[in-house]
Design a protein around this ligand. Structure first.
Ligand SMILES: [Zn+2]
Ligand SMILES: [Zn+2]
Length: 136
């Protein structure tokens, strides 16, 4: 089933993408950079091999949220779309909630919950790592 195509895009429809197959990771990031970049308490992310992702309509805008990280977003409506880290150039993270069907790949854990504002509460039973799943 690795050739199943899943479609997604931004709020206004200017940017559309396809991903092929299953993500290698599905998580909810609580880090303060994602929070600020999205204007949202958390951002859910899917990780795919870069060669399984393609933009099929429009050209996203991009910016570096830190020296090793390039994030893209729709230049018309601002929807955050992707994240690539220079140390993992063969992988791309895609915002889960820009999928046409955000239920397709449910998250397995939370990361960076140590960055949460005090009022944020989750009670979904998923693992919650204080930083990344790699280090905590
Ligand atoms: Zn848009
Ligand atoms: Zn983050």
């Amino acid at each position: 089933m690795t050739d199943v195509v899943t479609e997604g895009g931004c709020l206004c429809g200017a940017i559309r993408y396809h991903v092929h197959g299953q993500p290698t990771h599905s998580m909810i990031c609580h880090c303060r950079t994602c929070r600020k970049a999205a204007g949202s308490p958390v951002v859910a992310w899917l990780t795919f091999p870069l060669d399984r992702f393609s933009f099929v309509r429009g050209v996203p805008a991009e910016f570096r949220s830190s020296p090793p990280v390039v994030r893209t977003f729709c230049p018309a409506c601002g929807t955050p779309l992707t994240y690539i880290h220079v140390e993992s150039p063969a992988e791309i993270d895609v915002t889960t909630c820009t999928l046409d069907d955000p239920v397709a790949f449910p998250p397995t854990h939370h990361s960076w919950v140590s960055h949460d504002p005090g009022w944020l509460r989750f009670n979904d039973g998923l693992l919650a790592h204080s930083t990344t799943s790699e280090y905590s």
